[in-house]
Design a protein around this ligand. Sequence first.
Ligand code: SAH
Length: 263
Amino acid sequence: MTTPNKSHGRKSIAASLKPRSLMEENRLARAWTAQIITLFPNAFPGVLGESLTGKALREGIWQLETVDLRLFGEGKHRNVDDTPAGGGAGMVLRADVMGRAIDHALGRGAGPLVYLSPRGKRFDQQMARDWAALPGVTMICGRFEGLDQRVIDHYRIAEVSLGDFVLTGGEIAAQAMLDATVRLLPGVLGNADSTADESHSDGLLEHPQYTRPAEWQGRAIPDVLMSGHHGEIEKWRRAQAEALTRQRRPDLWEAYTRRSKGD
Ligand code: SAH
């Protein structure tokens, strides 16, 4: 899936605490850092290794470090899970195993500790902005029935959800959240303006976009976009964004109008 010897700027962390070189240390200090505790380190960087996030990873604007939970497992088989106390279906990730992985990750620094969880606060653009302003983030990907509650309580871990649905593991959620965050880091997007009026940046959904050909399947691009009148184009886009938001997302529209009235 990935090609670890052809570096993606990705570093896997083994359980050893070997001192790293000064150069590496400096690089770590500069770059925005995502640490991911996961049973599936090979799932990273995944799609984050492609396109703009991949380029930024290779350029060292951000870096990704996976912490392989298996290495902190119990016994010969490196067990990481056990049956739920009180009975019931499935398996639960052990507190002691996860605790060791977390201690290892925390020793390396990098941002708030987050557990990806359908019970968490819903991830949104504001959270992406907040994370992008920090040195990085450390994410715990759950599997099975999730994590022993005592770990969450002990480390006061913030639970964050990708949405109101249940995934089999936190890895896809982690990649989605990292994608949204990393694209906000300076130098990741080619055109710094392109985050300014996109959906969710100012509380509105984005206006429709068009490109060549000028006519397709009998459908023309709206005249105003071909007019060259920047003022008119701006007005049209604003009106479209407002209409779309009002129609599709009454919740966002309500918040937007409340803010515009200044209360
Ligand atoms: N039994 C749990 C769900 C476990 S799903 C419950 O009902 O709340 C297994 C793992 O997938 C979770 O530990 C979590 O890390 C991840 N996961 C599932 N849905 C998610 C979501 N909507 N957002 C973020 N992570 C999620």
